[in-house]
Design a binder for this molecule. Structure first.
Ligand code: SAM
Ligand code: SF4
Length: 348
């Protein structure tokens, strides 16, 4: 059984941050305008590369309430954050999630609210989410083979994901991106059929390199398939991939297109080709910690200050100092694997 390790006590406090005009920035001069919020660490699946089967989730009282999330979103917006992505665990299982999306989307300064989901509940939720102001969905689908899907997710029903994708299409949520984590021994030969979807659909199909975290890092490191290998597998079957012009580095997915395709392909190569220089984001975990880099354990607590009645000014100052200290990048090339959390406890 996975249990939580509290590393925060071992961290020295952050130093001060200089005052600077305008929106959030870090000490390397990167503008930070994108916050990814995990709504829950719990999930209705147990993907093999994400978490062990006997996973223990945090009790509700240890998670941020809707009001606490909205206070953080408002503070972030006042600091220049304009884009929010909701993730998890599985964000759609949080009670009241549609109303929360509506409130976030109507926060002054927030221009886009998107979500990353396994899609299982989208058949019922896509339309209400679109009406609440959701603009952008990333749906995880690692294979088009129902048997392999069940093996990867431990019990998932692939038909429900397709129903969810159809509902997202009907609700006209754009952009629609399909995410596949490529895991050796589970779905590396599936990348061709997934890539083929981009020929007829205006979707972004994105292939993600497996990242090592916490107690499942050994499995993850052995099962990594590099983006270079994924591209080779696709090109061998479907022809050359053409890089798209205008890529500015802020999207982790490097974009390509197959000749004549309606959609595009993206490759997120966190392990073999890190994209830290263009990073514009930080993360909020469901238990109220700001995580400054996905793959670094240093976190800054917002839950305790919020529950002890901090003011809006104090909240903004904590966030400003935290972001200033955002690390340059992760340490995977040096063999430094984050230990504090699994991917489902951060949100990806
Ligand atoms: N439950 C939702 C879902 O699966 O889309 C949102 C949370 S999930 C943690 C976010 C993304 O992270 C998914 O696309 C998932 O496939 C990916 N992911 C999970 N574990 C990963 C790992 N170890 N390395 C790379 N990506 C991972
Ligand atoms: Fe759940 Fe998403 Fe992790 Fe799969 S990847 S176990 S769907 S949080």
């Amino acid at each position: 059984m996975w249990s939580f390790i509290d590393l925060s006590a071992a961290e020295p406090p952050l130093g001060p941050a200089p005052t600077y005009p305008g929106p959030l920035q870090d000490s390397f001069g990167r503008r930070i305008n994108y916050l990814r919020i995990s709504l829950t660490d719990a999930c209705n699946l147990r993907c093999v590369y994400c978490m062990p089967e006997e996973m223990r989730f945090r009790p509700r009282a240890e998670l941020l309430s809707d009001g606490e999330i909205l206070a953080i979103v408002q503070a972030a917006a006042e600091l220049g954050v304009s884009k929010i992505r909701l993730t998890g665990g599985e964000p759609t299982i949080r009670p009241g999630m549609v109303e929360l999306v509506r409130a976030i989307a109507s926060t002054p300064g927030i221009g886009q609210v998107a979500m990353t989901t396994n899609g299982l509940l989208l058949a019922e939720l896509a339309e209400p989410l679109a009406r609440a102001g959701l603009r952008g969905l990333n749906i995880s689908i690692d294979t088009l083979d129902a048997v392999k899907f069940r093996r990867i997710t431990r019990w998932g029903d692939l038909r429900r994901v397709w129903d969810g994708i159809a509902a997202a299409e009907a609700a006209q949520i754009r952009p629609l991106k399909l995410n596949a984590v490529v895991t050796r021994g589970f779905n590396e030969e599936e990348v061709v059929s997934l890539a083929r979807l981009s020929i007829d659909h205006p979707w972004h199909i994105r292939f993600i390199e497996l990242m090592p975290l916490g107690s499942v890092a050994d499995f993850q490191q052995e099962a990594v398939v590099s983006s270079a290998e994924t591209r080779r597998l696709i090109e061998a079957e479907l022809g050359p991939l053409h890089p798209l012009a205008g890529y500015d580095g802020s999207d982790p997915a490097r974009p390509y297109r197959l000749a004549g395709a309606a959609g595009q392909l993206g490759f997120i190569s966190s392990v073999t080709e890190p994209f830290c220089a263009g990073c514009n984001r930080f993360r909020l975990t469901a238990d109220g910690k700001l995580r400054l880099c996905l793959l670094r354990d240093r976190e800054v607590d917002l839950l305790a200050p919020l529950r002890s009645g901090c003011t809006g000014d104090e909240l903004r100052e904590i966030m400003r100092v935290a972001v200033w200290h955002k690390p340059w990048g992760h340490g995977l090339p040096q063999g430094e694997v984050p230990q504090l959390r699994l991917m489902s406890q951060i949100g990806g």
